[in-house]
Design a protein around this ligand. Sequence first.
Ligand code: ADP
Ligand code: MG
Length: 262
Amino acid sequence: MSAVLEIRNLHVNINDSPILKGVNLVIKQGETHALMGPNGSGKSTLAYALTGHPSYEVTGGEVILDGENILEMEADERSRMGLFLAFQYPVAVPGVTVANFLRQAINSRMEAQYEGEDFKGISIPEFARLLRAKMDMLGIDHKFAGRYLNEGFSGGEKKRNEILQLATLEPRFAILDETDSGLDIDALRIVADGVNKLKNENLGTLIITHYKRMLDYLQPQFVHMMMGGRIVESGGPDLAQEIEDRGYEPYFAKHGVEITEE
Ligand code: ADP
Ligand code: MG
């Protein structure tokens, strides 16, 4: 049976000021959704709140997966539930290679499933096979696995790492937040191509972006617009086209939201 990630009436404060004011969104396994919206509308806040970041205070609502509210879980538990949340600004981890990091991530996921039984982890040859297969599928040079995590990574390499994580961990749901600036065409393509290759009936994806070009590559089935901390419009690719043609301005008036920066 395909799983559903359901965000219900989510309210989130930052420093006591309300940022998300009742977000509702349902993503099924196998679906690709895009979330657009002007700067400051709360897109990243949604992503951070789902990771359980301590600065983002949930003041109402719930996020249901398999009948449980994931907002009550620790971050690693969310990941074991099959939720993948890419961080907007991944930190450098000195001395840890891409391969080491991925192997640790797989092991901690598997360990939880063994529940106390003797667990030795994925063997090195088995992991190497898996990693090679994923890198080949994504067209990533094998040398990349030996690089130190995020150390001197270009924007494109950060994205490549993110997509490789996604491919290796095989989550049920992935939420990818794009940086607001500095994402060059190269990086954008890596994300879009990667996600396209990883699209399958077991993966539900929410891509947060304000690049129409991303959506041209990605062809999401569902497009949502966030404004003033709520999802105010939902549709298909036609919505993205409309935003491209008319900008966000008409929507501010329509939804009674004060114009922020853009
Ligand atoms: P988006 O990703 O859509 O551009 P964000 O979720 O980053 O929007 O921001 C939503 C709102 O929250 C903005 O008004 C922003 O100023 C505010 N905000 C974000 N981070 C913080 C913070 N750390 N402290 C205070 N306000 C913040
Ligand atoms: Mg953002």
